[in-house]
Design a protein around this ligand. Structure first.
Ligand SMILES: [Fe+2]
Length: 229
């Protein structure tokens, strides 16, 4: 059984000495004594139980830390002058940031991770986040209705692309039906939309189904015309 210690450990980081943080330790599950044989372990296929976190290396440590704290409405789980671990749910950290002053900038054509995506439960949460970030000068470079999602793509201070999204479909069957209907054969990219216009339509009471339904491609345009790199 996992039990949380009642008294959290308080500490101050060297990077932010004015702030007192709490670090909650979780006791480990009691293990059988080493002397008790477990029998042979065979190779077997197990899927991970979840995707846990993303860790970034950056020469813009403070700026990157602030950006993710703001965009994800996160909090610091632990940090010092070398690392910052940020969390926003029951995972101990979702974003790790490594202070790497000599890290070279991310090139626009660099191979590797294309983007990282975060899902909001409700469309109104995504739209409210859009408004909150816009007030702070953080605006998406690419708002697109992919079909399965309504998505806002941002760039972090390093150029890393971060997608904030709302899942349109609630079940696997709905997703399968969307693909089976040939929507992605016709347009695998999606259709660019105006978040401010969607907010007006949301406020006017338009049903979620029509708000989030992907419109047809504008006449004469193809999927790649809807792309913003
Ligand atoms: Fe995505």
């Amino acid at each position: 059984m996992i039990s949380k210690r009642s008294a959290p450990l308080a500490f101050r980081s060297t990077a932010y000495p004015e702030v007192e943080y709490e670090w909650h330790m979780v006791d480990h599950i009691p293990q059988p004594k080493a002397s008790e044989p477990r029998g042979p372990l065979h190779a077997a296929a197990f899927r991970p139980s979840k995707l846990a976190h993303v860790v970034l290396r950056t020469a813009r440590f403070g700026e990157t830390r602030r950006w993710y704290l703001t965009v994800l409405d996160a909090e610091v789980a632990f940090e010092n002058q070398d690392v910052a671990f940020l969390r926003y749910d029951d995972e101990h950290h979702r974003i790790g940031i490594i202070n790497a002053p000599d890290a070279s900038p991310l090139g626009r054509d660099s191979a590797g991770v294309e983007h990282v995506s975060f899902t909001f439960d409700k469309l109104e949460e995504l739209l409210a986040t859009y408004l909150r970030l816009k007030q702070q000068g953080i605006v998406p470079y690419w708002p697109i209705i992919h079909g399965p999602t309504v998505s806002l793509y941002y760039r972090d201070p390093n150029g890393v692309k971060v997608e904030l999204q709302y899942d349109v479909f609630r079940t696997r069957e709905e997703v399968d039906a969307f693909f089976a209907a040939g929507n992605y054969l016709e347009n695998f990219m999606g259709v660019i939309f105006d978040p401010d216009e969607m907010i007006r339509r949301f406020e006017s009471g338009e049903p979620l189904e029509s708000l989030t339904k992907r419109p047809p491609l504008p006449p004469g345009l193809g999927p790649w015309d809807m792309h913003r790199p």
